[in-house]
Design a protein around this ligand. Structure first.
Ligand SMILES: Cc1cc2nc3c(=O)[nH]c(=O)nc-3n(C[C@H](O)[C@H](O)[C@H](O)COP(=O)(O)OP(=O)(O)OC[C@H]3O[C@@H](n4cnc5c(N)ncnc54)[C@H](O)[C@@H]3O)c2cc1C
Length: 528
C-alpha cells in the first residue's frame, strides 16, 4: 500500500481491506441499477502536494520528538469519516490540512503542547480515532492562526487500573474499543460499549462526542458509563472525583462530555464496567407497517423492561440488510444478562408484540446463527466497509440521526422522510431514504436515516450538501435534535446554534474563554 491513500479515507487498518477491483465489480450491478447506467468506479487520486508545514521546525525539542509531518500522517489527521470527507479524500482534495501531528506520551507533554500552541497562536485539534462524521477533526480553523496541530492521543492508550470492588476501570483516552475490551476480558469485565465505529474510535473520542453504543436501552450512552474524567486544559488540569453520583452543583464531567475538544484534552477516565453477559436471547418480529412497529416499541419501552436490542427497521432497510424481505418492518429484540435468566423479560416483550398484532418471525431461547437478527448484526458490522465501496461506485451514501418524544415521533419520521425524498428527487433525480430506531426511551426514541442516491461525478458533494440541509431543516422543524449521538462538529453547527438556548451559548462561550483564553482548542466547533 506504499502509495495508497487508503489510510486517509478508508475504514480498514490493513492494506487487504482496501476495496479491490473484484470487490467493486461484485457490487457494480447493484450500484448500476441505482444509477441507471454502467459504472466506471472512481480511482483514488494520489495525495496532492500539501501546503508548507508552518509548525514543526519551530517546535521545542520536547515536542518535536513526538511530532510527525509526513504527508500521509498530515492528511490522515485532517480527514474524518463523513461522506464528504471520504469523497474529498478519494478525489485527492485535502481542503484543509494540519501542519503537524503530535503524539504525546504523557499528560505533561499534553500540557506542554497546549502551552506552546497558546504562546504561538497555533490551533489544536484533539484526535482520537478520527472517525468523526460531522467535521469534528476538520482543520478548517480560518486564517487567524499561525498553524494547526493534530493532537493524537494514540500513545496514551491502555487500561491503567481496575477497581473490582466498585466495578470501575481507569482507562487512558487514546484506547480504541477492541483494546479496551481485550484488556477488560481477563478481569471478566466489559465496558459493554459498542458504537458501530467501535473498531476505530477511542474512549476520549466517545467522551468528547457523547457517543452512544449499539444497545437500544439501559446504559448505552458513554454518559451512563463515565464515573469521572481527567482532562488537561490550557489553564490547567480538570479532574473530578470518583463518585457513583453527586448532587454537588452542575457536574464537571457533564461539562466535558460532548465538549468536542473545545474545552480540554481528555487524557483518561474512570468508567463503570460490569461482568460479561452469560445469558442472551433474541427474536425477530414483523410489523405490517412502521406505525404499528412504533406502537409496539413504545409499548415495550414503557413496560420497564430494558431490552439490549429493540431495533425497529423499516421495510426498505429490512430488505437491504437481509433482515426481512417480505415488505414488512422488522423488529429485532434482544436481551442480555449476567445475573440470571431473561425468560420473564422475554415473555413481557413477546406479549407486547403479540398484543399489537406483530408476526413472530424467528428466535426465542437461542440466537439463530444465520437468521434475521444474525443478518442484521452482520450487515451492521460490515456497513463501514460496504459504504466506501458504494462511494467508489458513485453513490451518495450517508446517514443522519435525531431523537424526539413519542408524541411527535411518527410525524417527524414521515416529514423528514418526505422532505429528504423530495430533495433527493430534485438534486439526485432519485434515491432511497430508509429509517430504523437505534435507541429507545420510555418517552421517545432516536430514528436513524440512511440515504443512498445516485451521485453525479464531480457534483456529489454539492448534491449531498443540499440533501443534508433539507433533512436537517426538517429534523428541527419536526421537533427533533440535530444529533442524538453523532455530535455537532462543524457540519451541524448552523442547526445546533438554532437549537440551543441563546443564554446557554453565552455561558458556554464564557466558560471557553476562562478555560482556553487563547481559544486554541478546536476553533469553530460548538463555540466561536
Ligand atoms: C462507520 C461509523 C460508525 C459510527 N457509529 C457510531 C455509533 O454507533 N455511535 C456514535 O456515537 N458515533 C458513531 N460514529 C461517530 C464517531 O465514531 C463517534 O463520534 C466517536 O465517538 C468518535 O471517536 P473518535 O475517537 O474517532 O474521535 P475523533 O473522530 O478523533 O474526534 C471526534 C471529536 O472529539 C474530539 N476528541 C477526540 N479525542 C479527544 C480527547 N481525548 N479529548 C478531547 N477531545 C477529543 C475531537 O477533537 C473531535 O471534535 C460512527 C462513525 C463512523 C464513521
Amino acid at each position: 500500500m506504499a502509495d495508497s491513500t487508503y489510510p486517509v479515507w478508508g475504514w480498514g487498518r490493513q492494506s487487504s481491506d482496501e476495496p479491490s477491483a473484484a470487490d467493486l465489480a461484485a457490487l457494480a450491478p447493484l450500484a448500476a441499477g441505482m444509477l441507471g447506467h454502467d459504472i466506471e468506479p472512481m480511482v483514488a487520486a494520489p495525495l496532492p502536494e500539501l501546503p508548507e508545514d508552518r509548525v514543526t521546525r519551530l517546535l521545542p525539542a520536547a515536542l518535536s520528538s513526538v511530532a510527525s509531518s509526513t504527508p500521509l500522517d498530515r492528511a490522515r489527521h485532517s480527514v474524518g469519516r463523513s461522506y464528504r470527507d471520504v469523497v474529498r479524500a478519494i478525489a485527492g482534495r485535502i481542503d484543509h490540512v494540519v501542519d503537524t501531528v503530535l503524539r504525546p506520551t504523557s499528560e505533561a507533554q499534553v500540557a506542554a503542547a497546549l502551552e506552546w500552541c497558546a504562546d504561538n497562536a497555533v490551533a489544536v485539534i484533539p484526535f482520537g480515532g478520527g472517525t468523526s462524521v460531522v467535521g469534528g477533526i476538520d482543520p478548517d480553523v480560518g486564517d487567524a492562526w499561525s498553524g494547526c496541530v493534530s493532537l493524537d492521543l494514540s500513545a496514551l492508550s491502555g487500561l491503567v487500573e481496575v477497581d473490582p470492588v466498585s466495578r470501575s476501570a481507569r482507562v487512558l483516552a487514546g484506547t480504541a474499543g477492541p483494546d479496551l475490551e481485550d484488556a477488560l476480558r481477563p478481569h471478566g469485565l466489559t465496558a459493554r460499549f459498542y458504537p458501530q465505529s467501535f473498531e476505530r474510535s477511542t474512549v476520549g473520542g466517545w467522551i468528547a462526542t457523547r457517543a452512544a453504543g449499539h444497545f437500544s436501552m439501559g446504559p448505552t450512552h458513554i454518559d451512563d458509563l463515565v464515573e469521572c474524567v481527567h482532562a488537561v486544559t490550557p489553564s490547567g488540569v480538570w479532574e473530578s472525583r470518583r463518585l457513583p453520583g453527586s448532587g454537588a452543583g452542575p457536574s464537571p464531567d457533564r461539562a466535558l462530555l460532548g465538549s468536542e475538544g473545545t474545552l480540554g484534552v481528555v487524557t483518561d477516565a474512570w468508567l463503570r464496567v460490569q461482568p460479561r453477559p452469560t445469558e442472551r436471547w433474541s427474536t425477530t418480529y414483523a410489523a405490517p407497517d412502521l406505525a404499528t412497529g412504533l406502537d409496539a416499541v413504545r409499548a415495550i419501552a414503557q413496560t420497564g423492561v430494558q431490552p439490549a436490542t429493540c431495533r425497529l427497521i423499516d421495510a426498505g432497510e429490512a430488505t437491504v440488510t437481509g433482515t426481512l424481505a417480505t415488505g414488512e418492518a422488522a423488529l429485532v429484540l434482544g436481551l442480555e444478562s449476567w445475573s440470571g435468566p431473561v425468560d420473564a423479560d422475554a415473555r413481557v416483550l413477546m406479549t407486547c408484540c403479540g398484543d399489537l398484532g406483530l408476526r413472530f418471525v424467528e428466535g426465542g431461547a437461542k440466537r439463530a446463527a444465520d437468521g434475521a437478527s444474525a443478518s442484521w448484526r452482520s450487515s451492521f458490522l460490515r456497513a463501514p466497509y460496504l459504504r466506501e465501496q458504494l462511494v467508489l461506485l458513485g453513490l451518495v451514501v450517508e446517514t443522519f440521526e435525531t431523537a424526539t418524544t413519542w408524541d411527535r415521533l411518527p410525524t417527524l419520521v414521515a416529514d423528514v422522510t418526505d422532505r429528504t425524498n423530495a430533495a433527493l428527487r430534485e438534486v439526485c433525480s432519485g434515491g432511497t431514504v430508509t429509517c430504523r430506531l437505534t435507541h429507545v426511551y420510555p418517552n421517545g426514541a432516536a430514528p436513524y436515516f440512511t440515504v443512498i442516491a445516485p451521485g453525479r461525478p464531480g457534483s456529489e458533494l454539492a448534491q449531498w450538501e443540499e440533501v443534508k440541509a433539507a433533512a436537517s431543516d426538517a429534523l428541527l422543524a419536526a421537533g427533533g435534535t440535530i444529533t442524538h449521538h453523532h455530535a455537532v462538529g462543524r457540519d451541524h453547527r448552523p442547526w445546533y446554534d438554532e437549537q440551543r438556548p441563546e443564554l446557554f451559548a453565552t455561558a458556554l462561550q464564557a466558560a471557553k474563554s476562562a478555560i482556553d483564553p487563547a481559544g486554541i482548542l478546536n476553533p469553530g466547533v460548538l463555540i466561536g
